[in-house]
Design a protein. Structure first.
Length: 333
């Protein structure tokens, strides 16, 4: 039976961790695959209808057809679409795609071509044509804005809930308790994690540890990269309860955005939801770390945020004034 087997050493157990939130490129790649029906996706029927309609209206044309050709919903899809840098935020991930070495682009495209016919334009991707890679990543950003961003609140709520459960398992049973909590998606035993729904593959961590990445749009079972030299990750599906089904968030007047600007309001709300580091704020809001630091600085000087240094990282939390401002903003609805 086909199965993914991940082999751990004692060093790997010490370096295994849980992602701090969703990976925007994994969510995008898996969401695009879900535009075509697949097993286990009944909860996404309404989302698929809406996403298909909004993409049709956007009329992204040949670039979207190229992206979907590179990202089939069955079988292999290229590793270069999911660089580890995306864990820092969407723009970091897109920049990493544009900087992918030509030999890796060529290798991934050839691997994909073994299983399906590809359009002629894929050749320019394999050759690392800068214009084509920019067009590809611009299309990925547009798709993210259209079919992922409107559902951000539900996605983050569901992933935060899963992460809390994994952290509890880690606190109660160590890394072995954490890995054991993945059952029935995966089975942990004697230094080996087995994923029965995966293609036949062996992954030796060799002291690098494993990053567990919970995913909202993953439905087929845990996934990993084909290239064993890449940073080891395991993307796994989370539970989607009725309160976080993929429903588009309705736009409504927001006096806070009018007062301090949409991005700064999003930073303030992100700090309220989950106080954290500048890098975590950047990921949650979808901006660069430099921009997150700048906005947090303005909020701090305005008395809305308190920041303190934790090692070499800066952490942020709301002041009573910041909390009062948010509570007044919500009550205005």
């Amino acid at each position: 039976m086909a199965m993914l087997r991940i082999y751990f050493t004692g060093e790997d157990l010490a370096r295994t961790r849980i992602a701090s939130g969703p990976d925007p490129l994994w969510e995008l790649v898996l969401a695009l695959q879900m535009l075509k029906p697949q097993r286990g996706d009944l909860l996404f029927t309404g989302w698929r209808r809406g996403a298909t309609a909004v993409l049709r209206r956007a009329d992204l044309g040949p670039p979207l057809r190229l992206l979907t050709a590179l990202n089939p919903n069955v079988g292999y899809f290229p590793d270069f679409l999911n660089p580890i840098e995306a864990m820092r935020g969407l723009e970091y991930g897109l920049e990493a795609i544009r900087r992918t070495p030509k030999d890796l682009l060529r290798r991934d495209v050839l691997q994909l071509a073994r299983s399906r016919p590809l359009p002629a334009r894929v050749r320019e991707v394999a050759e690392g044509n800068p214009r084509m890679l920019t067009e590809l990543t611009d299309t990925m950003r547009a798709c993210h804005d259209l079919i992922i961003a409107p559902y951000r609140h539900g996605i983050e709520t569901a992933i935060d809930r899963d992460r809390s459960a994994r952290v509890s398992a880690l606190a109660g049973g160590g890394v072995e308790g954490l890995l054991g909590s993945l059952r029935p998606l995966a089975t942990w035993s004697a230094g080996e994690l087995r994923v029965p729904t995966h293609r036949d593959q062996e992954l030796h961590l060799d002291g690098r540890g494993l990053l567990l990445v919970p995913s909202y749009f993953c439905v087929s079972g845990p996934l990993t990269m084909l290239d064993p030299a890449l940073p080891p990750v395991l993307i796994y599906p989370i539970e989607r309860r009725p309160d976080v089904l993929p429903l588009r968030e309705q736009a409504k007047p927001d006096p806070l955005k009018a007062l301090i600007g949409a991005t700064r309001a999003a930073v303030l709300q992100a700090i309220s939801t989950n106080p954290g580091t500048t890098e975590e704020l950047a990921r949650r809001v979808g901006i660069s770390a430099a921009s997150a630091s700048e906005h947090a600085g303005v909020l701090r000087r305005s008395g809305l945020v308190f920041s303190y240094r934790d090692g070499n990282r800066m952490r942020h939390q709301l002041t009573p004034l910041g909390l009062a401002l948010l509570e007044h903003n919500y009550s205005a609805y």
